[in-house]
Design a protein around this ligand. Sequence first.
Ligand SMILES: O=P(O)(O)OC[C@H]1O[C@H](O)[C@H](O)[C@@H](O)[C@@H]1O
Length: 471
Amino acid sequence: MIKFGTGGWRAIIGEEFTKANIQVLAKAMADKMKAEGVCDDGIVFGYDRRFLSKEAMRWAAEVFAKEGIKASLINRSSPTPLIMYYCMVHGFHYGMMITASHNPAIYNGIKVFTYGGRDADELQTADIEKYIEKVNADEICPMEYDAALAAGLIEEINPLNEYLDNIINTVDMQAIRNRGLRVVLDPMYGVSETSLKTILLTARCDVSTIHERHDTLFGGKLPSPSAQTLRSLQNSVLDKKADIGIATDGDADRIGIIDDTGKFLHPNDILVLLYYYLLKYKCWKGPAVRNLATTHMLDRVAESFGETCYEVPVGFKHISAKMNEKDAIIGGESSGGLTVKGHINGKDGIYAAALLVEMICVTGKKLSEIAKEIEDEYGTIYLEEKDYKFSQERKEDIYHTLMIERQLPHLPFDVEKVSYLDGCKVYFENGGWIIIRFSGTEPLLRIFCEMPKAGQARLVCEVVEDFLQLQ
Ligand SMILES: O=P(O)(O)OC[C@H]1O[C@H](O)[C@H](O)[C@@H](O)[C@@H]1O
């Protein structure tokens, strides 16, 4: 069964991520493209460094070739944002990236991009699922790779320079060049090394890298930047007295940052830092977009500049759609993805990293100093976040209590309103909030809570944990 979630289709390798399913998905996409009459420009493919990613791309391309649809394959493992950029610039109606992004190593998956290099939205993925139902797997008869290559139905491409030049031409390379920053990179065994290193070296940064080798087990860790997974980066930054430590997730669309004091900056802080930088130092004007599990500090910054911050459900497709609608200058999520107006319609860890480096150089301040500047001006909000595993039975119970019966515990703060837009989000009168939702990418229940005073967020989480019997 192929089901799309928050960020594409993800499945355990050998269980559902199989050659047969990959080819069913490819056939469904080919049928959909034919029905829509958008086969002429073909489809573009990329893959990351996960186990079976390259093979999966080829298996899918062989199906498209058989259907007479040209498949352009990026000929080396690449960041997801690169393929989104390529789709956007070359006007492809569809693109596919073989990746399971930040999921554990036993997963792989496929992200589908639509016109403009956007993440396929729910309407699109529901439509793909309908086409999947109609595919007769026995009738799939792929064209052999070399034959398809010779017939011009598969082509191998390398758009890396195009993508890099676009970033190099957008960020203030001159400002970075003059500072000789010390940067430590942690691609988390994923795909960002070449791109990010090239950009930083072009700007004359002093770059050292950890975790760069190809390891499909991601060193036994989750390829998702967090305080727990970035301890080595933290140590390297301190050892090397670096100005910044930059990590990206498995497919480089998300970012994680260690500041000059060795402190892990939460993605919420990165988003706030960049929005503040764009408004205050670059004098940009425009709203921000965040998902409903992302810090309301962004709203405080927006308000202080006479701007608005819009809230959308989790999933970058919602962020980019709202950014377009409101002409927002930044959009991002607490899971570590962000983009800025004028760049691609999806999250890009490489571009975000380059912009942060630019920020340090243009402001002439250390990362920790800019963060302090923001704290002095806007105060602190206290965050608690936790993921919980559950059995299928418990999932149904929790879903029923929370989403069907809409029961809530007696909460220790006055409630302003409750939203069921994506999971259950309670907004408190004091500006705090808690959201309880099932992840759309992993079998986890996620809770985020932000409160104005220390200890309050933990207290609210404990009440919810007791009520839902979470461990
Ligand atoms: O909380 P989840 O549903 O697992 O989603 C977490 C993240 O997953 C993917 O990376 C999506 O592209 C993001 O938009 C989303 O924020």
